[in-house]
Design a protein around this ligand. Structure first.
Ligand SMILES: Nc1ncnc2c1ncn2[C@@H]1O[C@H](COP(=O)(O)OP(=O)(O)OP(=O)(O)O)[C@@H](O)[C@H]1O
Ligand SMILES: [Mg+2]
Length: 318
């Protein structure tokens, strides 16, 4: 198999559970040595996609290749090069951390299972807790051990299904560091997440999975460039000022916000456009309590795209 082959290639993937259709025509590719993040809300089909790529579930229709191997015709070859860390930790709580790693090493017949276990314990900062039962570990420690277990046989590709869901911010950041280091060591990473920030921090490419297909795909920058360059946020002193301001900006593109009396307007990022807005408000009673200007975030992209798809109109803001 040529090393130039894509790490992952998914073409025309369909999957239903009984009569419930979950994926309809999913297509994407992942380059070797990169991080691809599949982003989607609860029930979007992230775990379903991950399970099919890791040979745990059969697609209904579609061609899925992992490291050049067809997941249906050559599942053993696929399993040789990948590892999966599932959405729910698969550590054995009645064993110690070291025993869990040794067990995987022995089951996989790797050379030097003890040395590999010690190496991974040290790498994941778990040496001090290595001989404790996993039932005494924190959620973050269990997640780390879970990933350590998936690295025992040095896979060239790892699948991480929501690796940071439920972790505190500190453990999340330490997980991000580990994922970056894995990527630097040449491993291809397929990562699912519900967190836009996580995809933005880690992924070379992001695919947003919604209603059974990839709604949009690109780098974080490309996705952000789908929106205007600036996002201006005006908070007004009271409802009356807010309502008046809303009437003044009907020709601008605005976005729905949950915060009271806050008007979010997409701009072209220029001072000229901002000054026009300020003048408009000032000459009509003003009432601006707070103003901020920011770059569009992935969350803005996500909300806008999903909103567009569901037919939510921007005019509903005011
Ligand atoms: N074994 C199953 N039988 C029937 N329906 C299922 C099964 N597994 C998943 N589903 C349904 O398929 C859809 C996609 O589920 P999936 O677990 O892939 O979503 P997800 O994106 O991983 O969600 P989450 O973020 O909650 O983990 C959901 O509506 C789910 O209820
Ligand atoms: Mg899931």
């Amino acid at each position: 198999m040529k090393k130039t082959d894509r790490a992952i290639s998914v073409k025309g993937l369909y999957k239903s559970y009984q009569d419930k259709s979950v994926l309809t025509d999913v297509n994407f590719e992942v380059e070797r040595g990169t991080v691809y993040s599949l982003l989607g809300s609860n029930g979007a089909g992230k775990t379903t996609t991950t399970k099919m790529l890791t040979t745990l579930l059969r697609p209904d229709v579609g061609e899925l290749r992992v490291s050049g191997h067809d997941v249906i015709r050559e599942p053993e070859k696929v399993r040789e090069v990948i590892s999966l860390t599932g959405q729910f930790a698969s550590v054995d709580e009645s064993l110690t951390g070291r025993e869990n790693l040794l067990l995987i090493g022995k089951l996989n017949h790797i050379a030097g299972p003890k040395e590999r276990a010690d190496e991974l314990l040290a790498y994941f900062n778990l040496t001090d807790s290595a001989n404790r039962f996993v039932s005494t570990y924190s959620g973050g420690m269990k997640r780390k051990l879970d990933i350590a277990m998936s690295l025992v046989n040095r896979p060239e590709m790892i699948f991480l299904d929501e690796p940071t869901t439920g972790l505190d911010p500190q453990s999340r950041h330490s997980m991000w560091k580990i994922i970056r280091e894995l990527k630097d060591s040449g491993v291809t990473i397929f990562l699912t997440t519900q967190y836009l920030e996580e995809a933005e921090q880690l992924a070379d490419k992001i695919g947003i999975l919604d209603k059974g297909s990839i709604l949009v795909e690109g780098t974080a920058r490309e996705l952000k460039n789908m929106l205007p360059q600036g996002v201006a946020e005006f908070t007004f002193a009271d409802e009356e000022d807010f309502a008046r301001a809303c009437r003044l900006v009907s020709e601008f593109e605005t976005m729905e916000t949950q915060e009271e009396n806050k008007l979010t307007i997409y701009t072209d990022g220029t001072a000229n456009m901002l000054s026009q807005l300020f003048q408009k408000f000032a000459s009509n009673g003003g009432g601006i309590k707070e103003f901020t200007q920011k770059q569009p975030t992935l969350e803005d992209v996500f909300l806008t795209l999903i909103g567009e798809k569901e037919g939510i109109k921007n005019e509903e803001t005011c």
